[in-house]
Design a protein around this ligand. Sequence first.
Ligand code: PNS
Length: 160
Amino acid sequence: MKTSIAIYPGSFDPVTNGHLDLIERGEKMFDLVIVAVLSNVEKRPLFSVPERVEMLREVTQKWPGVEVDVFHGLLVDYARKRGAGVILRGIRAISDYEYELQMALMNRKLEPRLETVFMLPGESYSYLSSKLVREIAQLGGPLKDLVPPEVEQRLRAKVL
Ligand code: PNS
């Protein structure tokens, strides 16, 4: 397995500046960062998978070493298929740790050759989440500095 390919998986509903901060950091460390949108989420998303992929492609096109894709099923199977050796995840605060630890250890059990690498986003994004962004948008609050302008436009259009 090549360790220079990292998968950055998530729901990205929608992508935030915190995600982008992490992608930018990952892009400096790995030859290829595959931003992988999970398509079999149970919760009702605000944006469809194609909408989320389109937004991610728009805001990551400046990085040639970043690709956006969709995956179904187990993350470890997808990583194996893509020849990735690393799963990239962000930890914002200690509250993220328990869930992330559980996922990382389960993924290690399922595929011991796959390493989870945790990165810290810039501290100004430590309180930022897609869930809060959706809530602020739905209640008509300001989204400046939380999401890229392209995403803000889509959010405004979605909640009108
Ligand atoms: O952005 P999220 O919702 O925190 O991302 C969660 C995600 C997509 C990384 C996680 O749910 C996942 O990897 N799902 C794929 C199914 C899977 O492999 N489950 C076992 C993981 S321990």
